[in-house]
Design a protein around this ligand. Structure first.
Ligand code: LFR
Length: 475
């Protein structure tokens, strides 16, 4: 059997098919990378799911034969299928505004406490449960498939719901990790649309014959931590297992997911009030974290400044005056696509600060604000879980952003170990490699990442007062 595995990883701004080779250590090559983003059609925001699927096939063709294939993507979004397996409409983007007010209505009817007690999930307006309640065609649906499960279905013909991603729906019982059927019923949702759950490492099946014909080879598809954040946390290169000295992580891409790994959920009223989530990690772990708005703020600024180069802007931002203006990155106003600099300027004015005066000053503002968001989340994760953290692992594309890594170390007052940038892909292939018998537990997977991937350590600079004062302006 070959020691090559293919990882399909769909991020909110780009997708990729990566090829991993575990013959000697763990090496990654990019078979194909392609852009992703929202498409607005007649006032509604969608994903271009068929375009993504086409790019996945192109990537698999380029990757060549492998032992198995795993698929992960962003969470919460889904397609509805009819009884014949055909898609009922195009998947809607989680940044669409169709769920406005739904979370509040559900909290009023079911009670926010009992929802949290069952699912352990943070309230985000786009959680699957709220999207389903805003869904016009639910009555016609036979099945709901989350995005990686949809891709898996198209590749193999097998339908199911991988559990790490299912935990972001709001419909999974955080204690039993089974569908929370009493809650589903109480909400008036059709329980029949929820497919059987599968675990990371489970076999979906071989490629459909027509798919194999199209890409020129065949291989089994395996479930991985199909929520991209679950896969990213697998590949946190921490030296210690779950029970050892604690680390925090920030999985930093379009979103920053900041928190700690725990052996069980935290469901206290304080945890709910802080909007901390208990998402399912692999091997029964809990990803106890909060969503911080992430590099989305920067991506949307760049979209507003066509022609500007990120490298240049980051260099210039390093020379800007510290703490000239900061925002709370998690203000809901930043969630939808649109003119980000204008929204940042409005937030600065609202909090009595002068808005940034140049793109470089905006970039400085965004990075300092994100570092403050990381610090708030890491601090609260420690407090609410009762774990002392000694190091922050910053993984994902954001780990390439030196200024953000240093700011995060400074703001948290903790060392930051940055990398791997391709954590999600690594976590995806490691779960496949384990199913093939090549690695054993989380500890061994992480040791392999630490030994094979470039990492960089950032020490905190010690000057905390500036960060404290900046935080007091917006939190
Ligand atoms: C990160 C992520 C987050 C989820 C958000 C929306 O890519 O999966 O974990 O909250 O996207 O799905």
């Amino acid at each position: 059997m070959s020691r090559r595995f293919a990882a399909v990883d769909l991020g909110a701004s780009s997708g990729r098919v990566m090829l991993a080779d575990l013959s000697e250590g763990l090496s990654l090559t990019e078979a194909h990378r392609f852009p992703n983003g929202p498409v607005r059609v007649a006032g509604r925001l969608y994903w271009d799911i068929l375009g993504l699927y086409r790019e996945i096939l192109t990537g698999l063709r380029a990757a060549g034969p492998v032992s198995s294939i795993g698929v992960d993507s962003w969470a919460v979004d889904y397609a509805l299928l009819d009884a014949s397996g055909a898609m009922l409409g195009n998947p809607v983007h989680y940044r669409d505004d169709r769920t406005a007010g739904v979370a509040e209505r559900v909290a009023a009817s079911v009670g926010a406490e009992s929802l949290y007690d069952v699912s352990g999930l943070q309230v985000l307006p786009f959680n699957t449960v709220y999207q389903l309640l805003a869904e016009p065609r639910l009555g016609e649906a036979a099945t709901m498939l989350l995005i990686p499960d949809l891709i898996g279905y198209w590749l193999t013909g097998e339908a199911g719901a991988e559990v790490t991603n299912a935990s972001t729906t709001g419909l999974l019982d955080v204690r039993t990790r089974a569908w929370a059927l009493p809650l589903v019923k109480q909400l008036g949702l059709p329980e029949g649309i929820l497919p059987p759950l599968r675990q990371p490492g489970d076999l979906l099946g071989g490629l459909r014959r027509d798919v194999a014909g199209e890409i020129g080879w065949s291989a089994p598809v395996r479930a991985v931590g199909s929520h991209d954040t679950a896969s990213a946390v697998v590949a946190v290169p921490a030296a210690a297992p779950v029970s050892g000295p604690a680390f925090a992580y920030v999985s930093c891409g379009t979103w920053s997911l900041a928190g700690v790994e725990l052996p069980g959920p935290v469901l206290t009223p304080e945890s709910r009030a802080a909007n901390f989530t208990n998402e399912a990690g692999i091997d029964g772990t809990v990803r106890y974290l909060r969503n911080v708005m992430g590099l989305w703020l920067l991506q949307e600024c760049l979209r507003a400044w066509p022609g500007s180069g990120l490298g240049e802007l980051l260099k210039a931002a390093a020379g800007e005056r510290p703490f000239a203006a900061v925002v709370n990155p998690d203000e809901p106003v930043f969630l939808p696509p649109g003119d980000m600099p204008a929204r940042i300027a409005a937030e600065c004015r609202r909090t009595g600060q002068r808005p940034p005066a140049s793109p470089a000053a905006y970039v400085r503002c965004v990075l300092e604000s994100l570092a403050l968001g990381h610090r708030e989340a890491v601090r609260q994760a420690m407090e609410l879980s009762g774990r002392e953290v000694e190091v922050v692992h910053l993984v994902g594309g954001g780990s390439r952003n030196e200024l953000l890594c240093q700011f995060t170390a400074d703001a948290c007052g903790l060392p930051v170990v940055a990398g791997p940038a391709e954590a999600t892909t690594l976590g995806n292939v490691l779960v496949q490699a384990r199913a093939a018998g090549l690695v054993s537990d989380l500890e061994e997977m992480r040791a392999l990442v630490a030994a094979s991937q470039p990492l960089r350590r950032y020490e905190p600079s010690g000057a905390r007062a500036g960060w404290d004062e900046a935080a007091s302006r917006v939190f």
